[in-house]
Design a protein around this ligand. Structure first.
Ligand code: FPP
Length: 254
């Protein structure tokens, strides 16, 4: 771990950064990447320019998380509600994973990053899904950061599907209602296999969860910033982790 941090400091940007405790890096960080549209509007640019710039932030923060020794990074890239946006914006957003992976996959592989996806595969255009599936396939044996894209993801739908699955288990006699516990839900959710996020970051000043990982965030530390996602830097990321390290997590205990 110290070696990884030393590597980070060697490559660190010139900005002042927070002093981080190497033994208390959050294992799983989830981010609601918000404010692309407002960032663009502020500059007189089309909303798509904001999303495109947000894609570059994805790269920077992924690399930074990997350097710090974060094990899982979940990014809310497209929600089940985002289909309501204008057609041209949806189409643009659906092209971003493809563009991102065509540029960055090589470097992600060199950095031992494993790509995953959390969301409903149905409705995704074939070109989006095939780019993501290819990245998942090519990085499946990597052991560094897990970069988990929440794509066509919505927490309520995820929970309804999980409950439906548990209902079927009961109906078939494989499970008794009185035996249902947390782990049945954990296994039935799209996040199955991932630990709950330790830290949730939301950019752009909005203070809500927007149907994101409602079950999984039960005991996560929440950190909000007014900064729009395209201008979110390694420095802000360090601020979030530094604040996380000052929190006392009690999980309802004393
Ligand atoms: C919310 O900002 C952001 C999104 C719905 C899309 C997020 C996508 C990216 C950051 C790029 C994803 C990149 C990859 C590689 C998948 P908003 O559009 O709601 O902003 P606004 O609230 O200011 O309008």
């Amino acid at each position: 771990m110290f070696q990884r941090l030393k590597t980070w400091f060697a490559k660190a940007p010139a900005q002042p950064v927070q002093q981080l405790a190497a033994d208390n890096i959050p294992q799983h960080i989830a981010i609601i990447m918000d404010g692309n549209g407002r960032w663009a509007k502020k500059r007189g640019l089309p909303r798509m320019a904001g999303h495109h710039s947000g894609m570059k932030t994805v790269k920077r923060i992924t690399m930074e998380a990997n350097r710090l020794g974060v094990k899982y990074l979940t990014l809310y890239a497209f929600s089940t509600e985002n289909w309501k946006r204008p057609k041209d914006e949806v189409e643009f957003l659906m092209k971003l994973p493809q563009e991102f992976l065509s540029i960055e996959l090589k470097e992600l592989i060199e950095n031992n990053v494993q790509v995953r996806m959390m969301g409903l595969r149905e409705n995704l255009p074939a070109h989006t899904l095939s780019a993501v599936e290819e990245a998942i396939q090519r990085t499946k044996n990597n052991t560094g950061l897990v970069l988990n894209f929440a794509l066509n993801y919505g927490s309520r739908k995820e929970m309804i599907e999980a409950v439906r699955h548990i209902g079927e288990e009961i109906q078939s006699g494989r499970l008794k209602p009185e035996d249902i516990n947390d782990s049945h839900m954990n296994e039935a959710l799209l996040s199955s296999g991932l630990p709950d996020p330790d830290l949730l970051i939301r950019t752009s000043g909005e203070l809500r969860l927007s149907n994101f990982m409602l079950w999984q965030l039960a005991y996560s530390e929440l950190w909000f910033t007014d900064v729009y996602w395209p201008e979110f830097t390694e420095h802000h990321f360090h601020e979030a982790v530094s604040e996380y390290q000052r929190r006392a997590r009690r999980y309802g205990g004393l």
